[in-house]
Design a protein around this ligand. Structure first.
Ligand code: ADP
Ligand code: MG
Length: 812
């Protein structure tokens, strides 16, 4: 006896009660249950260890570990028990909230067992389905194998739990009917398919409940995948719930008939419903459209659709009552053994699996072979053990409970059954291939037709061309023949004529004359041709040289143009400069005119006065200028001369003394004379070479007016002792003497006499003055008789006499 579970409230065993957290519990249900109630969902939530509580959301090949989920269901007392056991308590006591079951050994002792789910006699069929089968169904829809099994003594409600059709009372619908309802609600009828087999296993023989004649179906196992199948069994595709219920009814009827025929009871046989669910994985809808023949991208998608194949096996096991009991029903021991062989083999396998034994005797029976891929192993499995309340069957009930307890230890590794649907791909490819073949054939036919047509056309064309050509050739031939004949005829006539002429000429003219003349003409022609050729060559050479010259010219023209441009630019600059200078000159001219006018005015007034020294006259001239300057400055303007002196510069004024223009020279010398009247300017004038220029004017100028003004200026400069010596050094006295000798104008003579008179005032110059004829010139000017001149001569003699007397008084 196993010592699992709770006994007398003390935990003795090691039953592994997996309390999975809700998060590790299945993914959201994919089943749209119309009858989901608050109660149900609360059950599922509050029962994480319910039968489906293991990783039903698992994908991939590796699989996840899980455990066979076990629920226990108690049948209510039936009529017979209510009478027979009226005085006895039930042998079991359920604590569904604790998921525990107490098995009474006697009035004071009981053992306690824990299950994944404890379902009382009041548990509804719906609730039983929800907790026992629904998680398995969901797994199957996800591509796993799943098994729901009912184990228990005959009459405890296995068939009631699994197989009730619920036609008279819809609430009584069992697990088979409800499972199909959920499957049908979840699948996609266009892509998915459901097919069903319904079998009975009796005395190690598999019978087809959908086809009674098929009564010995072999089991086939795929050595690679380990998948188990019964290819001999009738496989009916299910499209709706009604057809399925009809199928179940038919199966039940056949089961009943078979058992009657074999004189057996259904409780001795195992009923096995196999539901194959094949689902197309979402995302391969494109493949579907191609499969339906309307895929326009046929060639693009050769990926086979991914399909998930789940198999739900619902097993209504034979009664678990002991063999010795069954023997009492008229079977031999061997028969009895055979009857329950599968069940005991299942027990052994469960024990082996529970103990993790290396050897699981799967091959010992047809049932274990058939359930090989559906129980434990890689499938999700729920076991419901059914028990009755009667204490009379305590032993059976106990063994049933122990079976369930052992089954709870069976670990399984859930694996998804997913594969590529190569069949449908192949079908698709076949369809496409056929289409392509047909298309190719059509195209080939069209191509051949076209080829034939072109060939015929080409042949026609060729023959037409040949015909035309032959005709044309013939025409040409006849024409040429005609021409040929004609020309032959002409030549013959010509020849005849020539012959006649020749004959007649021969008599008169020498025969060779003509050819000779011809030869001469040809020679002449050749010569003229040669000449022509030579001429032509010469002309060509000329053209070439002209061309090269032209190129040269063009180049030098370009250079010249650049030069011309440069010169033009220079010329423009020069013109500009010239314009500026001309403007300046014009300004100077107007100023000079102004000044000379004023000077003339002054002179005239002096003439009219007829008295005073030349220096006084000049002084008055300058004072007039100065007065006008003062007047002008009163108007905020500078006087013309000072202005001129500052604006133009002394050097420039002096340079104008050498101008070729006599007007300019006159104006310039007047300006210098005026400036020289100012004592402050005298030194500057001499330093700038003004004295030399003035002396040059005396020497070279033919204009007496210039000489007069220059002499005036020299007279003014000669007021200074240093200048007097300079004048003498530069031969000024002989120039003044020369001027005096040449001049007739008394004003000129007055200026020259003034200048010599000033020089006579210098002690150092006495000897030179006398030696170079200065005194003689001074005295010579007396001839003029003009009082102004006489006055200056007198002043000079007085100066000279003063120096003489100073010298004699000093003893020299
Ligand atoms: P088994 O298939 O295990 O031999 P059945 O399913 O045939 O047992 O049930 C035997 C009898 O008990 C049937 O008449 C059935 O209606 C009844 N029965 C079984 N379980 C229940 C239950 N939970 N509630 C009411 N009646 C039940
Ligand atoms: Mg039954």
């Amino acid at each position: 006896m196993a010592s699992n579970g709770y006994r007398n409230g003390i935990l003795k065993g090691s039953v592994k009660v997996e309390k999975l957290s809700p998060s590790s519990n299945p993914k959201p249900s994919s089943i749209k249950s119309k009858t989901t109630s608050t109660q149900v969902s609360s059950v599922r939530r509050s029962s994480p260890a319910s039968l489906g509580g293991v990783g039903s959301g698992v994908k991939g090949d590796s699989g996840v570990p899980g455990r066979v989920r076990v629920a226990v269901r108690l049948r209510p007392r039936n009529a017979e028990e209510q009478v027979a056991d009226a005085d006895f308590a039930d042998c079991v006591e359920l604590q569904p909230e604790l998921k525990r079951l107490k098995l009474r050994k006697n009035n004071w002792d009981s053992d306690t067992y824990e299950f994944d789910e404890v379902l009382t006699e009041f548990a509804s069929q719906k609730r039983v389905y929800e907790v026992v089968a629904k998680p398995v169904v969901e797994s199957v829809l996800d591509g796993y194998n799943g098994t729901v099994m009912a184990y228990g003594q005959t009459g405890t409600g296995k068939t009631f739990t699994l197989g009730r059709l619920g036609e008279e009372d819809t609430a009584a619908r069992g697990i088979m009917v409800r499972s199909m309802e959920d499957i049908l609600a979840d699948i996609c009828p266009e892509t998915d398919s459901i097919s069903v087999s319904y079998l009975q296993l009796y005395m190690e023989t598999i019978q087809d409940l959908l086809d009674p004649t098929n009564d010995n179906i072999p089991i086939v196992e795929d050595p690679k995948t380990g998948d188990v199948s019964v290819p001999g069994a009738t496989l009916v595709e299910i499209r709706n719930q009604h057809s399925f219920v009809e199928l179940l009814r038919l199966g039940e009827a056949h089961r009943f008939a078979a058992n009657t025929k074999l004189n057996t009871e259904s409780s001795r046989s195992h009923a096995i419903l196999m539901v194959h669910v094949k689902r197309c994985v979402k995302g391969s809808e494109a493949a579907l459209s191609i499969e339906n023949g309307n895929g326009s991208h046929m060639s693009k998608n050769f990926r086979p659709p991914l399909v998930r194949k789940g198999k739900l096996v619902v097993v209504d096991l034979a009664g678990s009552e002991r063999i010795d009991k069954s023997g009492s029903e008229g079977h031999t021991l061997e028969e009895a053994k055979s009857i329950n062989l599968s069940l005991s083999a299942l027990g052994k396998c469960i024990n082996a699996l529970a103990e993790n034994s290396p050897h699981v005797p799967v091959r010992d029976s047809k049932l274990t072979r058939l359930l090989r891929d559906s129980f434990g192993g890689t499938a999700r499995t729920s076991l419901i053990v059914t028990i009755g309340p009667s204490p009379r069957h305590r032993g059976e009930t106990t063994s049933t409970i122990m079976f369930g307890q052992r089954a709870m230890k069976v670990e399984n590794m859930v694996k998804i059954k997913e594969e590529f649907d190569y069949k449908s791909l192949s079908r698709r490819l076949d369809i496409q291939l056929d289409k392509l073949i047909a298309e190719h054939e059509r195209q080939q036919k069209a191509f051949q037709d076209e080829l034939e047509r072109i060939t015929i056309e080409a042949q026609n064309h060729i023959s037409e061309v040949e015909r035309n050509y032959a005709e044309a050739l013939e025409n040409e031939q006849s024409r040429y023949q005609k021409d040929y004949k004609e020309s032959i005829k002409k030549l013959e006539e010509q020849w005849m004529l020539n012959q006649q002429k020749l004959n007649s000429d021969r008599a008169r003219v020498e025969v060779k004359q003509e050819p000779l003349d011809m030869g001469l003409a040809v020679a002449e022609l050749q010569k003229s041709l040669q000449n022509e050729i030579n001429l032509r060559k010469a002309a060509e050479e000329e053209v070439n040289s002209l061309k090269s010259q032209l190129v040269q010219w063009r180049r030098s023209e370009a250079v010249g143009n650049a030069e011309v441009l440069k010169l033009r630019k220079l010329l423009e600059d020069e013109e500009h400069q010239k314009e500026k200078l001309e403007e300046e000159i014009a300004g100077l001219r107007s100023q000079l005119l102004q000044l000379s006018f004023e000077a003339d005015e002054t002179r005239r007034s002096l003439d009219r006065g007829g008295s005073g020294k030349i220096l006084t006259g000049l002084d008055s001239l300058m004072s007039q200028v100065r007065n006008s300057q003062i007047k002008d400055s009163g108007n905020g303007q500078k006087a013309p001369i000072v202005n001129l002196f500052e604006q133009v510069g002394l050097q420039k004024i002096l340079s104008l003394l050498e101008s070729e223009d006599s007007d300019v020279r006159i104006h310039a010398v007047k300006v210098v004379a005026n400036l020289a009247a100012e004592e402050a300017n005298q030194e500057k004038i001499v330093q700038a070479g003004g004295l030399t220029s003035l002396l040059m004017l005396l020497k070279s100028s033919e204009d007496e007016m210039i000489r007069r003004v220059a002499a005036g200026a020299i007279a003014n400069l000669a007021m200074n002792e240093t200048n007097q010596e300079l004048i003498m050094d530069q031969g000024g006295i002989s120039l003044l003497s020369m001027t005096a000798a040449d001049a007739d104008d008394p004003q000129t003579l007055r200026m020259v006499a003034g200048a010599i008179a000033n020089l006579c005032g210098n002690d150092k110059l006495q000897i030179t003055l006398r030696g170079e004829g200065g005194i003689k010139a001074l005295l010579g000017m007396v001839r003029c008789g003009h009082p102004d001149v006489l006055a200056q001569v007198a002043r000079g003699i007085a100066n000279f006499a003063k120096c003489e007397s100073r010298a004699s008084s000093q003893g020299s």
